[in-house]
Design a protein around this ligand. Structure first.
Ligand SMILES: Cc1cc2nc3c(=O)[nH]c(=O)nc-3n(C[C@H](O)[C@H](O)[C@H](O)COP(=O)(O)OP(=O)(O)OC[C@H]3O[C@@H](n4cnc5c(N)ncnc54)[C@H](O)[C@@H]3O)c2cc1C
Length: 429
């Protein structure tokens, strides 16, 4: 392995890979370290929605820029990853849900996202085969979807072609800091000197940062996704209904998931960060089941720094390669068949679990750490980091190489949780 790089990025998901690409474009000497394969975690398990719709206003300018980037990205990176720009539709079965869509629409009109509030008739026109008693919905024609794993790999490959060094199978388990300045990392037992370290380690970010005394409230929720083959055209529009979200890939298979049907494994971090997460826990309590036991027991030996158990937390799968929840798979299929009864029960092609990293306000953490010079946060994308990834990569590369970004990064500053007593609650699904 190389002994020195100007910038070391920890984590080869969409965020780390996009930052590497944008830095390499700027001729910055960059080394991307990934403990598994590129895109082995969230960035290959996502549904693939690329969504401006219903974004927090703080994220919208960056997401709108990401949307522009997505339109030409296959040509730019020289790879196909099934980019489909036919819009995203969310339908409401209750007036309460419709109020939420209307509020978002009103609140973000000035940003210029082309969304439309729809009545039941217009929904029927968009997708005549879909059954359901809808109060209304919201449609954003400029939104789209893409295959997350191939898109992420395309970023890493393009970064490599531009001179970035990309090392898969390389685990960072220590970050070297002296006199408040990052000096390097230890990866697979070797020391790599660096001026800047970007923490894009997804659900592992908080525990890595804790090794240098930094604290980030970050938790993880398990989700299940199933790919089915309905053997017919359903719709190119990625769609959220109250019971199932679906998107049809260009080849015809369909991804199904239930936004409100997650599993939450209580671990030591859940107790550590119970306070900052409490408002959102209450707001989203009906969206997941709580599981007590194994994870908590596993974490206790990890409390002793530098013990074998402590070191293992960086290397092992760590329950982050979870089995999909079989009950959720069945609920997905049943919900789908209720929407499209004429298609019958769709055959399962494959299914998988994925662990989403979240912050208390469901906004990412992007920016320079105020206490450790050279440490840059790029994490906490709270279930919607795939879509915004290309612009997040751009923002962080600008920040690192030029000292500032074209985006307002203040809402994402790492210190906001320590500053604020009142955390904004967000409905995540
Ligand atoms: C089921 C599911 C559905 C989703 N659907 C959508 C969607 O439709 N649209 C959307 O926009 N977003 C979606 N998301 C969220 C999106 O996938 C994530 O926000 C995004 O992929 C986060 O990217 P990342 O690079 O931060 O993290 P990750 O992709 O998790 O990458 C982090 C990487 O860091 C590596 N790593 C960790 N620790 C170390 C270490 N010590 N040394 C070296 N490497 C390390 C990991 O192996 C991993 O590959 C979904 C997520 C899931 C799980």
């Amino acid at each position: 392995m190389v002994k020195r790089a100007h910038v070391v990025i920890i984590g080869g998901g969409i965020i780390g890979s996009a930052v590497a690409y944008e830095l390499a474009k700027r001729d910055v000497d960059v080394l991307l370290l990934e403990k598994g394969e590129i895109a082995c975690q969230q960035s290959s398990r996502a549904w693939g929605f690329v969504r401006q719709q219903r974004r927090d206003p703080a994220e919208l300018p960056m997401m709108m820029r990401a949307n522009q980037i997505w339109r030409d990205l296959e040509a730019e990176l020289g790879t196909r990853f099934e980019w489909t720009q036919k819009g995203i539709l969310a339908v409401a079965a209750t007036e309460e849900r419709m109020v939420y869509y209307r509020d978002w629409y009103e609140q973000t009109r000035t940003f210029g996202v082309e969304s439309q509030l729809l009545g039941p008739k217009a929904i029927h026109t968009l997708n005549p085969d879909m059954q359901g008693a809808w109060v209304g919905g919201i449609y954003t024609p400029g939104d789209g979807h893409a295959e997350p794993g191939p898109a992420t790999k395309a970023f890493a490959d393009a970064a490599q072609r531009l001179g970035a060094r990309v090392c898969a199978g390389t685990t960072v388990d220590a970050i070297d800091v002296s006199n408040g300045q990052v000096r390097g990392v230890r990866a697979n037992g070797e020391y790599v000197q660096a001026d800047t370290v970007v923490c894009a380690a997804g659900t592992w970010s908080a525990r890595l940062a804790r090794t240098i005394g930094l604290d980030l409230p970050q938790l993880a929720v398990r989700q299940t996704v199933v790919e089915v083959d309905p053997r017919h055209e359903v719709s190119p529009i990625a769609t959220w209904t109250p019971t199932v979200a679906f998107r049809q890939r260009p080849g015809g298979t369909v991804y199904l998931a239930r936004p409100d049907d997650g599993d939450f494994d209580v671990d030591l971090d859940s107790l550590r960060y119970a306070r900052p997460f409490m408002p959102n826990f209450r707001e989203n309590r009906d969206s997941f089941r709580l599981h007590f036991g194994r994870r908590l027991l596993r974490d206790l030996p990890r409390l002793r720094p530098n013990s074998r158990a402590w070191r293992k937390q960086f290397t092992e799968g760590d329950g982050h390669d979870p089995e999909p929840n079989q009950d959720v798979i069945e609920r997905c299929r049943l919900s789908f068949v209720r929407l499209f009864p004429h298609l019958g029960m769709p055959e399962i092609v494959r299914s998988w679990g994925g662990v989403i990293d979240t912050t208390p306000d469901a906004l990412p953490v992007m920016g320079k750490d105020p206490n450790v010079s050279g440490f840059v946060w790029a994490t906490g994308f709270s279930g919607h980091g795939f879509g915004i990834g290309p612009a997040a990569g751009l923002a962080l590369a600008q920040l690192i190489s030029e000292g500032s970004s074209e985006f307002d990064l203040a809402p994402f500053r790492p210190e906001r949780f320590a500053e604020s007593r009142q955390i904004q609650t967000t409905r995540i699904a």
